[in-house]
Design a protein. Sequence first.
Length: 223
Amino acid sequence: MTLIDKLMKYKDDKYKEFQAKLVPNISKDIIIGIRTPDMRKIAKEVFESEDRDSFLNDLPHKYYEENLIHFFVISMIKDFDECIKRVEEFLPYVDCWPVSDQASPKSFKKNHDKLLPYIKKWIKSKHVYTSRFGIRMLMNEYLGEDFKEEYLKLVASVKGDDYYLKMMVAWYFATALAKRYDETIIYFENHVLDDWVHKKAIQKAIESYRVTDEHKEYLRSLK
């Protein structure tokens, strides 16, 4: 049984319609309609099979779900160098926000020093979803002990009209307000960000349970 045959067994037409609304920038014809737990199950099977490398080498894929499974498989690779190689190979083929956002490679958490140069390169990419992935990795991995104020400046420097890229910048700064308020609030007091990103980040921060009521009240005054 081929991978496509396996995928088709989980096909759900109603879920396909739901997914198509979430990712309007790709054709509905390439969406099968498979729920995430089922895709993760298939990804685990692919990862443990002898066909793993041939699947990862077979780019570009036809279906949206194949791309999601591809990133799920990459995320399970424990060796950092192999994982990063596969990420770099795949990023140019990422064409929508769910594929960009679903993967969180396990090997990244223990290799922050080696990962950072790649993140900086990804963020500066002209490819929207490579840049979005880089910002999300910086958000996930470097707002804790390894945080540096220069990372805020790096994300603030990302410009462009693409909705999904602007939303990622706003998401990063909203999360930074929750985790690094003192360093981040300056960007809002000085209105460093584009107006749309500025307002969206404040909105998302106000909606967050991780931001204090006092901070939310002040953020409302900065809209």
